[in-house]
Design a protein around this ligand. Structure first.
Ligand SMILES: [Zn+2]
Ligand SMILES: [Zn+2]
Length: 301
């Protein structure tokens, strides 16, 4: 396992900070950032294969993105890699795309989980970063070295990747306010800077990378947050929303993420995603979430 001493010391500092918080917050904080404490059981990755849904059923909703031309092609499946309580994903089509790269130092855990699902890192055709927060893009440089795959990130989050720094965080809940001092320290963690290969603007077609689907811009959590829409009805939305409380408790229950750079933009992005009538939401922490629950939480409630 790769272990960076400087990163380890910073993570230890963060844990000390968490210990100063009330006990309940400490539990949530430790779990939410459990890749620091290596609470994860890497031997048993959570693997969720999509049901082989007919693409045609969702084609009508996705026509605006040209999904109709994909309806006759092979189905796409999503495999969840759980590194602590941070979710990474493999989108498997004719080729495989990795979504997010975990914390700095998570490379070996990712490789272990890829091995468990029989995916050779060299088979990965693209690495997409949902946004520029450390637990989602921290091991990007190592994963590019290992896979040789190009890196795609939205242009508004690209500078953080280029400079190896965390995107700023703005709390939108009590938990967010309590954890923001800790996260501010995490934001100063070290990660290898990476020059992205592909800058995403409003949308990106994944077909050239062997996967049916599109990336769309869903800002709010960070300015350059993106989501991925697949023609089988799956949506990978990163930290646009979160499963449960801090991604720890009641994980299948949709909730606003505790941090949002622009809460109004988050709400608009959720509405944008709902316009594609997803059948399942995969999130950065917790989940997966049902569209009925997402609707009642953010739209109908
Ligand atoms: Zn985030
Ligand atoms: Zn996150």
């Amino acid at each position: 396992m790769n272990f960076n001493l400087s990163s380890g010391l910073k993570k230890a500092t963060v844990l000390l900070g968490i210990c100063l918080l009330p006990l309940a917050i400490m539990i949530i904080g430790c779990a939410a950032f459990s890749s620091m404490g290596r609470l994860a059981d890497y031997d048993h990755p959570l693997v969720i294969e999509t049901a082989k849904l007919s693409c045609a059923s969702s084609t009508q909703d996705l026509n605006g993105l040209g999904m109709e031309k994909l309806a006759t092609k092979k189905n796409t499946s999503v495999i969840q890699l759980q590194i602590g309580l941070v979710n990474l994903y493999i989108i498997k089509g004719e080729k495989s795309i990795l979504v997010d790269s975990g914390w700095p130092g998570d490379t070996q855990a990712i490789l272990d989980q890829l091995k468990a699902i029989n995916i050779n890192p060299k088979e990965i055709s693209l690495i997409i970063l949902t946004h520029s927060h450390m637990e989602h893009f921290g091991s990007t440089a190592d994963m590019r070295d290992l896979t040789g795959a190009p890196i795609a990130i939205h242009l508004e989050d690209a500078d953080c990747l280029k400079n190896g720094v965390n995107s700023s965080i703005k709390p939108r809940s009590i938990l967010g306010h309590l954890l923001s001092p800790v996260l501010s320290r995490i934001g100063k963690s070290s990660m290898r800077a990476v020059e992205p290969d592909i800058l995403i603007d409003e949308k990106m077609d994944l077909d050239p990378f062997g996967v049916q689907g599109y990336v769309i811009h869903t800002p709010g959590h960070t300015p350059g947050s993106i989501s991925i829409i697949l023609p089988n009805g799956d949506a990978i939305v990163g930290d646009l929303m979160i499963g449960g409380i801090g991604g720890v408790f009641n994980q299948r229950s949709p909730n606003h993420h505790m941090f949002a750079n622009d809460p109004d933009a988050v709400d608009k992005s959720i509405q944008k995603i709902m316009g594609f009538s997803p059948k399942r939401f995969f999130v950065g922490h917790g989940g997966p979430l049902s569209p009925e629950d997402v609707f009642s939480t953010f739209i109908g409630g």
